[in-house]
Design a binder for this molecule. Sequence first.
Ligand SMILES: [Zn+2]
Length: 447
Amino acid sequence: MISKFLIKNISIVNEGQCFISDIMFYDNVIQKIGIIEVEPDFHVIDGTGKYLLPGIIDGQVHFRDPGLTHKGDLYSESKAAIAGGVTSFIDMPNTIPNVLTVQGLADKYELASHKSLANYSFFLGVNGDNIDEVINTDTSKLIGVSDDGLYFTKKGNLLADNPETMEKLFANCKSIIAIHSEKEQIVEENENIYREKYGDNVPIEYHPLIRSEKACFEASKRAIELANKHHARLHILHLTTEAETHLFRNDIPLQEKNITTEVSVHHLWFSDKDYHRLGNLIKWHPAIKTEKDAQGLLKALLDDRIDIVTTDHAPHTLEEKQKPYFQSMSGAPLVQHSLNCMLAFYKQGLISLEKIVEKMCHNPAILYRIEKRGFIREGYFADLTIVDLNSSWTVAKDNILYKCAWSPLEGTTFTTKVLNTFVNGNLVYDNGVFDEREKGQALTIKT
Ligand SMILES: [Zn+2]
């Protein structure tokens, strides 16, 4: 593998600025940013007219490995991620087995070291069953604990529905507590109303009224109250309503926040107007809500009440999606397309390149205390992606890399394109061609 790279004359988007420079990297890390003379052993890339971004850090994915690998696995989905400019990901615990023990967590890191092309980290799962084990673990060394997705295995696994478990956790946990915030009781009441009317075939248009604004708002409000009471470090996953955005602060820097949140790309991209066209393909938990909600989420992202952008990448087979309402699986694959979605917003004048980089690269590194990644700095890992902001292509079956082989974005034309992605200084993705010799690394955190 050619290991010494020099990119000449590229527009570097980093830390609130966009400037043309050269950049050199080898031995995993960025060695120099500035005017650099070409030396004989350098592999030189002409960056003229192109943009260099830090590799995206996706703070919430479900790569389905182990146990659900008919949907996706650490190899297939990390490959799709890299083609989308994503160089690091944090994966959720609802695999089979669920990651509920320190040993289970270690097993997952071991699996990823053999399979993942991107850099990786994993949440430890937490629910009513393992709460005592979690609070007796030295959680300060973990990237975080989360209940996300575990509610699929058993009702009552949502922390938001278990005030007692949540109090215990908030009072004792030393790591970030990332929760899925919906009140199941409200959801169930709504389900019953629509089931009575439509039986099993509830039209998907009612999904955001079943998994309602109220279910989200009440859960988030309660979680924030509890976190404040115990000075816990709370992160609320995938916010979906404008109403909830007002529960978060933007008067202090991210580094000082005890309560943070995120928006997933699909909750910015789609609205309830798309259910008619896409049906269960855009069925998510929490649900896609109104256009007003999507606009409110974007506004909160821009004014820093929302800290990061994630995908909640959650592949299912088409068969699993295309069932009647109650049986259809929630979630969809997105990790290959998240950067292009955000760049489409940039093209529409809705967000700057600098802000995209802040929310997808810098802030995930700050929020999860990830060492030496997320920024283009000398001495940092050379996790980088080169994008062309004037190249048109359409999402179609033949360019989708997800194992499940479909996307809710099929037919969407993007006018931006990821050309190259470097992971730890290795050119892993080069205009559609992968070099799979080097595997990704485990993310390390500042303790
Ligand atoms: Zn999720």
